[in-house]
Design a protein around this ligand. Sequence first.
Ligand code: SF4
Length: 229
Amino acid sequence: MIDVYRFYEILWDRYGYPGWWPVYSKKSLEGFDSAGYRLYLPAYPLPQDEIDQIVISAVLTQNTAWTNVEKALSELSYKGCLTKEAVMQGPLSDLKMWIRSSGCYNQKAEKLKKICNYLSCVDTPDRKGLLSVWGIGPETADSILLYAYAEPLFIADAYARRVFSRLGLLPLRMEYQAAADVVHGCTPGDWEWYQNFHGLIVAFAKEFCKKKPLCSGCPARPYCSRAGL
Ligand code: SF4
């Protein structure tokens, strides 16, 4: 059976540095590619505009594809609403319209207002505080903490749980927190590793280990008892 370190190596060999989390307004600027993905690991603390965009896009990406998030970010950018202050000050009805493409826009607009209000009241957010904000669950909180604040957290999202369970690294149908706890217990615990692993897993889950997996050519196939099933 494969372990998480070997799996990480396989993914790294296949994809290299994944550049997560993309920052919309930095597309093609120094240190970013044309889609806003980083070309190398960032230094922390991040500039405030990057923090704000990570927070905003972490909410927008709930239950939707990144392509829909991009459309909403484009509209927010056009309206000058890609900062925490702008989200707080903008009319709720406008915000709903601008993020419509991300789905569940009524709720997401409310969530954006609430998370931006919360972040404006604290110097550095903690997990408990983030989870106390309406509409912010563990995956969104951990994404914000890992990418905006370099907290070492494993993002046990649906991609990770699907891939890990197929490879025998996690039991089937494990909940988010239980899965994250298992991985935290057997990994090195530095933010660089968790950032890279998350981006690599997303790439792998989109290319090979989809809902209906494409096992032919999968680089983890020699270690997978579910290959071809
Ligand atoms: S062999 Fe198939 S099921 Fe196993 S990890 Fe690869 S794509 Fe997923």
